[in-house]
Design a protein around this ligand. Structure first.
Ligand SMILES: Cc1cc2nc3c(=O)[nH]c(=O)nc-3n(C[C@H](O)[C@H](O)[C@H](O)COP(=O)(O)OP(=O)(O)OC[C@H]3O[C@@H](n4cnc5c(N)ncnc54)[C@H](O)[C@@H]3O)c2cc1C
Length: 415
């Protein structure tokens, strides 16, 4: 009898697991609680803007090999676009300074020695702090390893690490910061090109993945929330979806790719991160000035990054729990004033159509104490493995981590 591999959750971790299993000719069924796939990486029609937007702006880097391979597999690699080199324009709203950090293509960081290409106000030797972060002591926070002040920190290290960790850098896990730096800046500009899903996350990641799975006979069931697991000794024996209970046959296997709070409720004795951080995104419908770069870093503002799309400007604020209770209108006005200044739009008062999207539990908090709670893909159950950006991937909660975790769980389930 052919065995069935059940994947629970159709976020990127679940989808990547299902794709890997389907590539091996396995019989795969995906069960997703929501009415659509994608989880925290999805597109939807926003009524206030009357356009398709993403639940959050997602930045990838050319170092994200698993994400790029995923897109190549499902045939949508060309939908991830970015500039040919790792050039990052920045604007400092306090001083008005504008500069472009130009990380050269090669591995050797020559750009550090060129005042025109490095961060203004920094000296070449300041960059040793980045080197110090590459191999930090276990369990350390970033603030234990480097001084969290000075021009290089304020203008480069802090924005980069806040975006990567979604946690205030001084308290962020140094090992995760190191993993990101080792895979990106330490490998030179070719690994640091910023990439964005031009047509949206749904059309780039999710729809092509679903089409790939459907082409291989994989069923993806929506509105299928796993409510409980039944056990028989050291194996999962049943999947309870409320209206239906699936009894697992002899060699059937399960990959649980759900958020940590759901996984800990389903699997007895499982530890997982318990603290989370929010991300706020603001979207403004307008045709941006043609001269704007696709991604702009903002220093000394509420806004941290501006993403430039053909029909809108979108803003990301990470570690944004302090804005969860701010009235939406007030937040939109503050953000718009800053966006208008960066875009050099004359009228900063009249708001174009806007939307604020707050994801409360955007990622787990990248703190050393939370890092210790991340479980591996293996569980105490012989036929059940875990996937998700919150499992012990060695990376912060990112698309890259989610996809790698799904592939790892699939490899173990195939073994
Ligand atoms: C606003 C925002 C901005 C972000 N920006 C970036 C970025 O710039 N770059 C980057 O790399 N990453 C970014 N991320 C992180 C990235 O989106 C996540 O790391 C990734 O999408 C996580 O995928 P996942 O599959 O692990 O989890 P999820 O996407 O959470 O998937 C879990 C799935 O399980 C389903 N589910 C839950 N319970 C059940 C159940 N009982 N039964 C069945 N199904 C269930 C859920 O509906 C969901 O579809 C951002 C995230 C957010 C929210």
């Amino acid at each position: 009898m052919t065995r069935t591999l059940h994947v629970i959750g159709a976020g990127l971790a679940g989808l990547s697991a299902a794709i890997r299993l389907a590539q091996h000719g396995e019989s795969v069924v995906v069960h997703e609680a929501a009415g659509q796939a994608g989880g925290r990486c999805r597109s939807y029609h926003d009524p206030a803007l009357d356009m398709e937007i993403d639940n959050g702006n997602h930045l990838l880097l050319s170092a994200n090999r698993a994400a790029l391979a995923f897109l190549a597999t499902v045939g949508s690699a060309d939908r991830l676009v970015g500039p040919p080199h790792a050039d990052f324009p920045f604007v400092d709203l306090k001083s008005g300074a504008r500069w472009t950090l130009a990380i050269g293509d090669g591995r050797l960081p020559w750009w550090i020695f060129d005042a025109a290409r490095r961060v203004p106000g920094t000296r070449a030797r300041d960059y040793l702090s980045i080197a110090r972060l590459l191999w930090p002591p276990r369990d350390a926070a970033v603030g234990d390893v480097i001084a969290c002040d000075g021009a290089l920190y304020d203008r480069l290290v802090a924005p980069l690490l806040l975006a990567a960790l979604n946690t205030a850098p001084p308290e962020g896990t140094a090992a995760l910061a190191a993993a990101v730096l080792r895979e990106t800046i330490a490998r030179g500009g070719r690994a640091c090109r910023p990439l964005v899903a031009r047509d949206g996350l749904g059309p780039t990641f999710i729809a092509p993945a679903l089409a790939f799975l459907s082409g291989r006979g994989v069923t993806v069931g929506f509105g299928r929330r796993l409510r409980a697991l039944g056990f028989d000794g050291d194996k999962a024996a049943t999947l309870d979806f409320g209206d239906e209970t699936v009894r697992l046959a002899g060699d059937d296997r399960v990959i649980l790719a759900v958020p940590p709070v759901v996984a800990t409720a389903l699997v007895p004795g499982l530890t997982a991160p318990t603290e989370f951080r929010a991300i706020v995104n603001a979207h403004f419908r307008l045709t941006p000035p043609a001269t704007m770069s696709p991604i702009i870093g903002v220093i000394n503002g509420t806004v941290e990054w501006i993403f430039v799309f053909p029909d809108r400007l979108s803003v990301t604020i990470s570690g944004a729990d302090r804005f969860l209770d701010t009235p939406r209108e007030e937040l939109a006005k503050t953000i718009w004033r800053e966006v208008a200044a960066v875009a050099r739009l004359g009228d900063t008062e009249a708001l174009p159509p806007w939307q604020i999207v707050r994801e409360r539990r955007a990622t787990f908090a990248a703190l050393p104490a939370q890092e210790r709670l991340r479980p591996g893909a293996r569980t105490g159950l012989r036929n059940l493995w875990l996937a998700g950006d919150w499992t012990a991937t060695g990376l912060p909660a990112t698309i890259e981590g989610a996809i790698r975790s799904g592939e790892r769980a699939a490899e173990l389930a195939l073994d």
